[in-house]
Design a protein around this ligand. Structure first.
Ligand code: BGC
Length: 489
C-alpha cells in the first residue's frame, strides 16, 4: 500500500515536471514566433537596405554585388566546360557537357574540405583546390592534360562557383569581403582568390581558363532559367537555402549607382545579375527577431555581427539554435532529467559541443508525426546516447518547429523583396523562382511555409498563385558552366 502511494506521488510529481517543461518549451517557442503584420514591414526594410547598397558599398549593409552576368540562357547552349564548386564543406570539380535543348551531362568528383584547410593558410587552401582539380583532370581528361603539359594551346573554359561574399572586379576576378559558414582563412580576406587560383593552375600547366567566377545563387538563377519546366514564367530570383542562404536577381544598371559603366566598357547589356548576399540583411538588427539564443549563437561564430539574417535562417544554424535551447532547459533542471541522461551529459558531450547538431535535428523533430515521436527519439539516442522520455521529445518538438517555421517565414522576406522591388508581378502573368540547398530540399514543409510567408506580404494570397517556385538542381555546376560560356577567352 505504502509502495503504491509512493509511486503515485512520484508520478504526480513527474506529471507536474513535464507540464512545467512543456509550458517552458511553449514560452521559448513563442519567442521564435513571427507576429502578424511583421513580414511586410520586414520586406519594406529589406527593400530600403538593398536600395541603399545599390548606391554605395556599405560596410554593414547588404553587399548587393554586381556579378557581371547579364544574359539568361536560352536552353540551346552547347559545349564541354569545367565547373568548380566551393560553397561549404565540399569542393566539387565537374566536367559538364551542355547538350542544348535544356539538357546536360555531368561527371564530377567531390571532396570534403578538411577543417585545417578551412581555417589554415591561404597557400594550403589554394594548393588543396588545385590538387583536386589536377587529379580530376588527369582522371577524366587525360589527353587534355598530356597535351597541355607538352605545350598545346587548347584550353578548357572554367566556371568557378565560389559561394562566399566576393566583391567582383570583373567576370573572373574579385576580392573576398569576408568568410561565412565556418571558414576562417584570415590572410585570404581582401585578396583576389579567383586570380590566385588561376596563377596556380597556370603554374601547373593545366590549360584551364577561369572565365567566370559566380556565386551559387547566380548559378541557380541561370540553371533554373535553363531547365525550368515548360510553361513557367521568367525566372526572377535564384536562391539558396542550404548551409548558408542568399539570392540573386537581375537589376537595371541604371539603378546600380555604385557601378561605374565608364570603367567597364566591356559591359554592354543594360541589366546585370546582382548577388545580393542577403545573409547580411539587417546586420544591425533593426527589425530581425533576436532571442537570447540568437545572441548566444552569434557570439560563437567567426563572422560575429555579420550575416545576421543567415544566422536565423540557414542550415548551419538551425541545429545550433535548438542545441542552445536544450542546454538552457537542461540547466534549468527540467529537460533530460533521468539519471541515464545526467550521466551522459558531461561538459564534453555533444549537447555541450557547439555545432554538434545540424539541421537534421530540428528536421527530425519537425517531420515526426508518429504518436511516440519515434524518429525524433532515434535521432536523440543516436546523437546524445540516451533514451529521452516522450514528454521531453514533445517539448523539444515544440521548440524545433518554432525554429523551422521562423526560418521559412523569414526566407520569404528577401524573395518578396526582390519580386516586389522588380515589379515582376506587374510585368508578367506568371513569374518563377529557382531554389536549391539542403534546407529547401529536405526540411519538412519548408517550401510550403515560404509560400505562406509570401502570401502574408503585399504579394498576397492571390499573388502567390502566379508564382512558381521550384528546385534548380545543381546551379553550382551547370550554372557556372553557363556563365563561363558568356565570356571571351
Ligand atoms: C554566402 C553566399 C552563398 C550562400 C549560400 C552564404 O554564406 O555568403 O555567398 O551564396 O551562403 O551558399
Amino acid at each position: 500500500m505504502s509502495a503504491h502511494s509512493n509511486h503515485s506521488v512520484s508520478s504526480a510529481q513527474t506529471a507536474v515536471e513535464s507540464d512545467l517543461l512543456l509550458q517552458k518549451a511553449r514560452e521559448i517557442a513563442s519567442q521564435f514566433e513571427i507576429p502578424e503584420g511583421y513580414l511586410q514591414k520586414a520586406v519594406d526594410a529589406y527593400i530600403a537596405q538593398a536600395a541603399d547598397s545599390l548606391n554605395q558599398d556599405l560596410e554593414r549593409g547588404i553587399p548587393m554585388i554586381p556579378s557581371y552576368v547579364s544574359r539568361a540562357p536560352t536552353g540551346d547552349e552547347k559545349g564541354v566546360l569545367i565547373a568548380l564548386d566551393l560553397g561549404g564543406t565540399n569542393f566539387r570539380v565537374c566536367s559538364i557537357e551542355l547538350q542544348g535543348d535544356s539538357r546536360y551531362g555531368m561527371i564530377q568528383s567531390k571532396s570534403q574540405v578538411p577543417t585545417e584547410i578551412m581555417t589554415g593558410s591561404l597557400t594550403s587552401f589554394i594548393n588543396y583546390l588545385s590538387d583536386r582539380i589536377e587529379e580530376f583532370l588527369i582522371k577524366t581528361h587525360p589527353d587534355h592534360v598530356k597535351k597541355a603539359k607538352a605545350g598545346s594551346k587548347e584550353i578548357y573554359r572554367v566556371g568557378f562557383t565560389f559561394s562566399f561574399p566576393l566583391k567582383q572586379i570583373s567576370a573572373n576576378s574579385g576580392t573576398l569581403i569576408r568568410w561565412t559558414k565556418g571558414y576562417d582563412i584570415e590572410e585570404a580576406v581582401g585578396k583576389d582568390l579567383p586570380q590566385i587560383l588561376q596563377k596556380e593552375l597556370d603554374a601547373r600547366k593545366l590549360n584551364l581558363f577561369l572565365a567566370a567566377v559566380v556565386n551559387d545563387t547566380v548559378g541557380t538563377l541561370l540553371t533554373r532559367a535553363y531547365t525550368k519546366p515548360k510553361g513557367c514564367g521568367p525566372t526572377i530570383v535564384g536562391c539558396i537555402f542550404g548551409t548558408g542562404t542568399n539570392g540573386a536577381y537581375s537589376e537595371p544598371l541604371a539603378n546600380v549607382k555604385k557601378f561605374d559603366r565608364g570603367v567597364h566598357p566591356e559591359v554592354v547589356d543594360d541589366d546585370m545579375v546582382i548577388n545580393t548576399e542577403w545573409g547580411s540583411f539587417d546586420n544591425d538588427l533593426k527589425i530581425l527577431p533576436n532571442t537570447k539564443y540568437d545572441a548566444q549563437l552569434n557570439l560563437n561564430t567567426p563572422n560575429k555581427d555579420f550575416h545576421m539574417f543567415e544566422k536565423r535562417v540557414s542550415g548551419m544554424f538551425l541545429g545550433e539554435l535548438l542545441r542552445l535551447v536544450m542546454v538552457d532547459l537542461y540547466e534549468q533542471g527540467i529537460l533530460f532529467t533521468s539519471s541515464e541522461a545526467k550521466q551522459k551529459l558531461t561538459k564534453d558531450s555533444p549537447l555541450y559541443t557547439p555545432w554538434s547538431l545540424n539541421t537534421a535535428t530540428p528536421a527530425a523533430f519537425h517531420g515526426d508525426t508518429t504518436p511516440g515521436l519515434d524518429q525524433a527519439r532515434e535521432h536523440i539516442v543516436e546523437k546524445l546516447g540516451f533514451e529521452p522520455t516522450l514528454e521531453e521529445l514533445q517539448a523539444i518538438q515544440v521548440v524545433a518547429k518554432s525554429i523551422g517555421i521562423r526560418s521559412a517565414y523569414l526566407s520569404a522576406i528577401p524573395i518578396a523583396g526582390a519580386l516586389l522591388h522588380s515589379k515582376a508581378l506587374d510585368k508578367y502573368d506568371t513569374v518563377d523562382v529557382g531554389a536549391d540547398g539542403s534546407v529547401y530540399e529536405k526540411y519538412p514543409g519548408f517550401h510550403e511555409t515560404i509560400m505562406e510567408g509570401l502570401a502574408k506580404t503585399d504579394i498576397g494570397a492571390e499573388g502567390i498563385k502566379r508564382i512558381s517556385m521550384g528546385i534548380a538542381k545543381d546551379g553550382s555546376g551547370v550554372g557556372a558552366a553557363l556563365c563561363a560560356l558568356q565570356f571571351e577567352v
